[in-house]
Ligand binder design. Sequence first.
Ligand SMILES: [Zn+2]
Length: 323
Amino acid sequence: MVVLAMAFFSSACDETQTSPSPLPTPTVTPPAEAEYTFWVLERGSNQPISGATLSTSFGQFQTDESGKVIIRSTTGGFQITVTAESCLPFVTAQRTALTNLLIYCLHAAGNSELTVRQAVFGDIGADFNPGLHPLYRLDGPVSIVLEQRFIEEWPNSASLIYTWAQKLQNQIGFQVYASTSAVPGTAVFPLRIDQTIEDKGFDAIVTWDIINYRIVGGGIAFSRSQLYDLVVGHEFGHVFGLSHHNAPGLLNLRATPPWEYSANEVENIKLMLTWKPGTTWPLSDASSGILTRSRFSGKQMVTIGCRQTSRGIVDEVMTYSHK
Ligand SMILES: [Zn+2]
């Protein structure tokens, strides 16, 4: 009986006291999974890109035949790298109202991601390139300035310069003047013959004066007064902002005829006109807005030396005459 009474008492006592509450069952609320729908489209044509890959930290996703892809994620703001065949990689981040991912696709024969890296962004995979840099674009129109003495002494070379100024103008869509004086308001490139650049191992050099990723002027020097289509077309390609590359074209140091800007070079000129100066590699919506976020205020100078080593130019070099 005693034991029972004790038990009863104990029980009654418990009921009148605040019992130590059991640990609450942890109720972990999983972060809500949100659904994000994207369309991958070609920049310019707005054509849907099927089979594009969206890479994120939590997986890879492919677009369907309509260019659409749905991503489910518990965290927003994730980085997305979009890749697709024949298109340049594009980096962006999920954010409110972002639905269309516009990527830049290549169509020209001989063009590739590597060629764009070399020709537009200066990748050192091609000889004498300055190294990966933001997109520097000529702030046209441009004046190529010859001394009167040059025209008088070397009329054939002067005539070649006029021809190639016209050809470059045809490709870039703004004026390229070649004359004995600079046209006001243009990016000015004095052109001179300078034998001393041969001591540095170059047949020609182009210098860019750069402010805020824009080529605002510079200079052109040739080691010899006798000029040829390849070397003039090549240097004028530099004037625009192109660097060397290993694909077909005049900016290839082992170029082969015809001496014309190749389809891939013309496409990369268009790319440079499409994207803002200051755009960095890989292309991204963040980098193309670089001008508003980190404005470069000083002046930069970049020099590209050129030594043509192609079979074609070797044949031409053989006919060089020293004055
Ligand atoms: Zn060059």
